[in-house]
Design a protein around this ligand. Structure first.
Ligand code: HEC
Ligand code: HEC
Length: 583
């Protein structure tokens, strides 16, 4: 009996249906909530995994570069332009940091940005020279910000020198009179996309950035429609050349390689005396490479020696260099293939304001339409490279943790040549090369000591390592302070908390505390508060600069208005803090 043609048609329809559905329904990607619970692909037995912390808070006695910078600035400067300026001022050449805008990005806060208020990302790009008695800074690949004005939030990714890892932080409620809370984020959330525990960025031609003509046009049109400045946003140029995202990309690659460098330093060399010998050799090669990258080759006897040591340390294992590059994405391009068109039809772009309003709002993020897997930063990226014991990339990595000035300083202090630096490294105590993360500053200080370099009187200081004057690091997610309506702290909350609660500098953190009793106890000990509030006595005198809030702040404007309305407010606030004579 002949088969009914209807059955063929039915079967065809099913096949066609499945075909169409496979276009419509994107493969279900993992959610950020799920991914945050997945352990990374790092080797759990590796030395680096044991020695480099994966906790949210930095290891005791260590802090992020950002913490050091803002602590020395007496708190996170406001507004964002001033924060960028603070970083720029650290650069002895005064050059502006690298700044890129992304109106349609792929970050966790992507739904809070738009064409009129794009996301701004910043990368510091300078090294400062070593002085006679102090080491300069290395910020290249070590200090990044992501600012979303509509979310009042700054994301911070900066290197923790002493711990050999990047720290993920947020400045929450970053607004003129907001709490401006500097917290350590949940690392596992950030590393769902920042998979190497390090910075990431798209590949050329960076179509989603303001180096792309279409993106600039979209920003300019949106801002024009709202009557906003079309040349600059927050004082930063809206139109930049391709060199700008290119440099940003390079700096994220440099940063990304730091994570691999610590693995090479620790895991490629291994434990014990052999490991120490290997690390000594790696440092010597790093100096050779830095001093003359052009003529460096991996086939010199010295490089072969390193390979030999690594063969023992690493055996036939490999070390994964995380992939920091995301595929280029052009949010303004017409969908070209049928698949892209169908996908775009069923996955309309998110509307502004939907999705996560802060980095704590993961469920809202997960409800947003998914990006195609190739473009999605959440998709697990295979390693950029797998390094073997025959690769000498550890030397390049260590070289990029040092500054140009470091190598000069070492050459001068040791006797004038790369060979004399090698000899000094050979003289350095073995303890320096034990299995610990490579810490540039500690290594430089140890090498530049009278014991190793006979001509040196004292090791150089470094201004961004000591944490003794800093307040303790704060984790994300602590409940906000709940004050009773008649609490004596209400005025302090309005006019002072932005700058004195969670201030990274210990001296200025005198309104810290988990609850009202704790805050009151701290505040009462800060007798200087009475002076700071003695407006009647000091206004117009040379002590006026000691009055609080600072006269250029919004809090001062608010408080002045209140003092006019109710002159007793100052007395009421002072009464909270006993004077010295009350004790
Ligand atoms: C959903 C993916 C995703 C998550 C989760 C994520 N980021 Fe990012 N982040 C990105 C992407 C993509 C970029 C680069 C392009 C951009 O900014 O849009 C980026 C860039 C950054 C930058 C600028 C430097 C760089 O790497 O390019 C900082 C700083 C940053 N993120 C911090 C954080 C912090 C802190 C967290 C955790 C609270 C976090 N990010 C979580 C996707 C993510
Ligand atoms: C906009 C930020 C800001 C606000 C708001 C602010 N302060 Fe300050 N405050 C600072 C800074 C910055 C310093 C450090 C000044 C310095 O040392 O040069 C400081 C210093 C002080 C000091 C001296 C601390 C010391 O150990 O030297 C006191 C006391 C003080 N503030 C009290 C207050 C009080 C009370 C309020 C609210 C009425 C307030 N501040 C509001 C930024 C702020």
């Amino acid at each position: 009996m002949a088969k009914s043609p209807l059955r063929y048609i039915g079967a065809l329809a099913v096949v066609a249906g499945v075909f169409v559905l496979s276009y419509i329904i994107p493969p279900p990607g993992p959610s950020v909530t799920q991914l945050a619970t997945v352990k990374g692909v790092t080797d759990p037995d590796a030395l680096s995994t044991q020695l480099i912390s994966a906790d949210d808070l930095p290891p005791e006695g260590t802090r992020s570069l950002f913490d050091h910078v803002v602590s020395q600035a007496n708190g996170v400067p406001w507004p964002f332009e001033k924060l960028v300026e603070t970083i720029q001022k650290l650069d002895t050449t005064g050059q502006a940091p690298v700044i890129v805008m992304l109106p349609q990005g792929r970050s966790l806060l992507k739904a809070q940005v738009n064409e009129s208020h794009p996301r701004i990302v910043m990368a510091a790009d300078f090294q400062t020279p070593n002085g006679g008695s102090a080491l300069g800074m290395n910020t290249r690949g070590q200090l990044f910000l992501g600012f979303v004005e509509n979310a009042d939030e700054i994301e911070v990714l900066s290197y923790n020198e002493a711990a050999g890892r990047f720290e993920f932080q947020l400045v929450q409620d970053y607004s003129e009179t907001g709490a401006r809370k500097l917290v350590y984020a949940k690392r596992a959330v950030c590393t769902t996309c920042h998979q190497g525990g390090a910075p990431i960025f798209s590949q050329r031609p960076w179509a989603e950035t303001n180096a792309s003509e279409k993106t600039v046009e979209a920003i300019v049109n949106a801002r024009k429609a709202k009557g906003l400045d079309t040349e600059t946003y927050l004082g930063f140029p809206i139109r930049v050349g391709l060199g700008v995202p290119e440099r940003f990309d390079e700096l994220t690659d440099v940063g990304n390689f730091f994570a691999a460098t610590q693995k090479l330093w620790l895991d490629a060399c291994g434990d014990g005396a052999g490991g120490a010998q290997c690390r000594r050799q790696m440092l010597k090669l790093a100096v050779s490479y830095s001093a003359d990258p052009g003529s460096f080759t991996p086939d010199t006897p010295m490089a072969q020696q390193l390979q030999g040591f690594q063969k023992v340390g690493l055996r036939d294992k490999q070390i994964a260099v995380p992939e920091s590059d995301l595929s280029n994405r052009d949010p303004y391009a017409e969908a070209k293939t049928v698949r892209e068109k169908v996908h775009a039809f069923f996955n309309p772009p998110h509307k502004h304001g939907e999705g996560a309003k802060s980095n704590e709002d993961l469920e809202a993020f997960d409800r947003l339409p998914k990006l195609p897997a190739v473009l999605d930063p959440l998709t697990q990226r295979p390693a950029k490279r797998q390094l073997k014991s025959t690769d000498v990339d550890g030397a390049y990595g260590v070289a990029s943790l040092l500054t140009y000035s470091d190598v000069d300083t070492l050459i001068k202090a040791s006797g004038g040549s790369v060979q004399s630096v090698h000899a000094a490294i050979d003289r350095a105590p073995a303890a320096l090369f034990e299995a610990k993360p490579f810490v540039r500053v500690q290594m430089m200080q140890a090498l530049l000591s009278p014991a190793v370099m006979p001509g040196v009187k004292a090791s150089p200081r470094y201004a961004f390592l000591d944490t003794s004057e800093m307040s303790p690091p704060v984790s994300i997610g602590l409940p906000p302070l709940a004050l009773a309506p008649e609490s004596p702290l209400n005025d302090y909350q309005k006019y002072c908390f932005s700058c004195h609660r969670g201030n990274p500098q210990k001296r200025l953190n005198f309104m810290a505390g988990a609850d009202e009793t704790e805050v009151l106890a701290h505040l009462k000990k800060k007798t200087e508060v009475r002076e700071a509030l003695d407006w009647d006595r000091y206004l117009g005198t040379d002590k006026a600069s000691k009055l609080m809030p600072p006269t250029d702040s919004a809090q001062y404007r608010l408080m002045s208005a209140e003092v006019k309305r109710d002159p007793k407010v100052l007395e009421r606030m002072k009464a909270v803090v006993p004077s010295l004579f009350d004790f």
